[in-house]
Ligand binder design. Structure first.
Ligand code: SER
Length: 312
């Protein structure tokens, strides 16, 4: 599959942008087609082909797939936890229909491989919160989590019934500097760096001791690329992947090393409840066993890289 043509749906988003750039660097610019409902940043738009694409429109997806002879689709378009709570029906339509369209195209043999991310949002208050296992109680409390859990089940169904090659990970909160995230509960861990540099202070919407599983973007991209190229067991798994976990006060402490006058204030809002329903840390031993997953970035190293790049 080395020279197969890839389509990223949702390429202008936080993860889609960097995934597209990484795949273009690994293969060729012309073999990685970016698409989104809106244009992305300059680096994305100038490094290769871009198609305006609504992920809920199956005919439009099929047209782009056929035009560019796509064989691999990375479906990164989604409405995240906070926005989805405000627009439940719209979130369900986007998160589910886009996935079903892509799975159908794979079932029909139009595309050969699908990557679709799930999330730690599939877990809920009844899941064990510390080193949350791969297989456990899944009772999500958010629309986003409900859609991701349903999506995991659809992926398993299409793989089992129609032998569709679909791969998935449960991303934790993803931290990066190139493109801002939007509408997530874990977004505070990106905002905090922006505000620390711009204002020297940050008002956090989560409480100081709320621990969440997180990951630096480079690790998330590495996981995605490695999983897509791995030889996997026959049954579908949306893999738990872990890197670091921290609280707002711990990330603030790591920033203080570089910005000694940095001040943080805690004003938890409705997002606190979402965060509390999610795990504090993740057991990713199955990903380690099945495709040798291993993260690289620590909290310290991430803070160094985030501040260094955002300063430029
Ligand atoms: N980052 C996502 C969110 O906060 C979780 O997958 O919604």
């Amino acid at each position: 599959m080395k020279n197969s043509i890839k389509l990223i749906i949702g390429a202008a988003g936080q993860i889609g942008t960097e995934l597209t750039l990484k795949l273009r660097e690994m293969h060729t610019n012309s073999s990685v087609i970016a698409s989104d409902i809106r244009e992305g940043n300059d680096e994305l738009m100038h490094s290769g082909t871009f198609e305006v694409l609504d992920a809920t429109d199956k005919i439009a997806i099929q047209a782009v797939v056929e035009k560019h002879h796509i064989s691999e689709v990375y479906l990164m378009a989604a409405m995240l936890s906070v926005t989805a709570e405000k627009h439940p029906k719209k979130a369900w339509d986007l998160n589910m229909n886009s996935l079903l369209h892509v799975l159908e195209l794979a079932k029909e043999g139009v595309i050969k491989k699908v990557f679709w991310p799930s999330s730690i949002a599939v877990f809920g208050n009844s899941s064990p919160p510390i080193y949350t296992p791969q297989k456990t109680i899944l009772e999500p409390t958010t629309v986003y989590g409900i859609s991701k859990l349903a999506g995991e089940n659809w992926c398993a169904y299409y793989k089992d019934k129609y032998n569709v090659d679909v791969r998935s990970v449960r991303y934790p909160g993803i931290i990066s500097w190139k493109t801002k995230p939007g509408g997530g509960t874990t977004d505070y861990a990106v905002e905090i760096y922006h505000k620390a540099l711009a204002d020297g202070s940050y008002e956090c919407f989560l409480a100081e001791n709320t621990r969440l599983p997180m990951m630096y973007m480079d690790d998330a991209i590495k996981a995605t690329v490695n999983l897509v190229n791995a030889d996997l067991p026959k049954t579908f798994t949306s893999y738990n992947i872990a890197a670091i976990d921290f609280t707002p006060s711990e990330i603030a402490k790591s920033i203080l090393k570089y910005i000694p006058a940095f001040k943080i204030k805690y004003s938890p809002d409705f997002r606190q409840k979402i965060a509390e329903s999610w795990p504090e840390s993740i057991d990713d031993s199955q990903a380690k066993r099945d495709w040798s997953w291993q993260h690289t970035f620590s909290l310290e190293r991430m803070t160094e890289v985030m501040l260094e790049n955002l300063k430029k």
